[in-house]
Design a binder for this molecule. Structure first.
Ligand code: HEM
Length: 243
């Protein structure tokens, strides 16, 4: 992925400069992101907290290792998503840099566990090789972006840190995007599955949707992140001038 010289810099810069006064309407995405994350966690987590495999949304009869890896992945992934929202909140970054640093450490630690557990889970795909490759690639890229972002901040390359962490977070939120893409793709390609509960993941067309969604969810998020990072400089400059 190309590095944009207008946003990324190897020159050390202070992350704790004067607090930028950014009006909330210039960051209209943080509240919706927090709400979407809360809804995702509230609707996904409960079926796993009882450690009962029969409650799982996905089939769990995939070997002894699958379910423990899945719940580890989900528990640490949930903490990680909550930490990610804190990390992206500009007001918190500007006014409480210590909280930002601590939630950043929580994000990186939980991301590493989530990513490694995801790599295990990905090797037992319910929809075949296409899903396995999509999720394995997602796990590898996610771990790589997170580690590169962590290394950059340790080396005080804050521009690079921001870029890698935006990519890492975009990949982390691919599970949330997946919740959007699955019903959309089902409605387009297998509409009968939305009304007929007997049509499950063993149906070939539903498998194709699961594979397509596995790819679209993270590739779409990553493309969005690249667009975000490489937006026209004059737009960003306008925002910065008006701070
Ligand atoms: C970023 C890298 C991630 C990768 C590579 C990944 C990979 C996977 C894989 C392979 C599965 C099993 C799907 C199946 O075979 O049926 C899965 C399921 C799941 N993952 Fe992740 N995941 C990631 C991030 C997250 C995050 C951040 C969360 C937040 C809690 C999460 C929550 C879940 C849940 C709840 C399931 C169970 C299935 C479902 O409810 O949709 N994942 N993940």
């Amino acid at each position: 992925m190309a590095t944009d010289t207008t946003t990324s810099t190897s020159t050390p810069a202070s992350p704790a400069g004067p607090a930028p006064r950014v009006r909330w309407w210039r960051r209209p995405w943080i509240a919706p992101l927090a709400i979407i994350t809360a809804i995702f966690l509230a609707t996904s987590l409960p079926r796993y907290v009882g450690l009962d495999p029969t409650q799982s949304l996905v089939p769990t009869d995939r070997g002894a290792v699958f379910y423990p890896a899945l719940v580890t992945h989900i528990f640490t992934g949930s903490i990680m998503l909550a930490a990610a929202v804190l990390q992206l909140w500009p007001w918190l970054r500007a006014h409480h840099p210590r909280v930002h640093r601590w939630s950043g450490r929580v994000y990186v630690a939980t991301a590493l566990v989530t990513g490694v557990a995801a790599l295990v889970v990905a090797q037992f795909p319910s929809a075949g090789l296409g899903q396995q490759v999509a999720n394995t690639l997602l796990g590898v890229l996610f771990l790589a972006c997170t580690l590169l972002g962590f290394r950059a901040v340790r080396q005080r390359r804050f521009g690079d840190h921001r870029e890698w962490m935006v990519r890492s977070t975009a990949l982390a939120f691919s599970i949330v995007a997946n919740r959007f893409w699955i019903p959309v793709l089902l409605a387009i390609f297998v509409p009968e599955s939305l009304t007929d509960p007997s049509i499950g993941v063993e149906h070939p067309a539903v498998k194709d949707v699961a594979i397509t969604s596995a790819w679209v969810s993270w590739v779409g998020n990553l493309l969005f992140a690249e667009w975000w990072l490489h937006r026209k400089p004059n737009k960003r400059a306008r925002v910065q001038r008006s701070r």
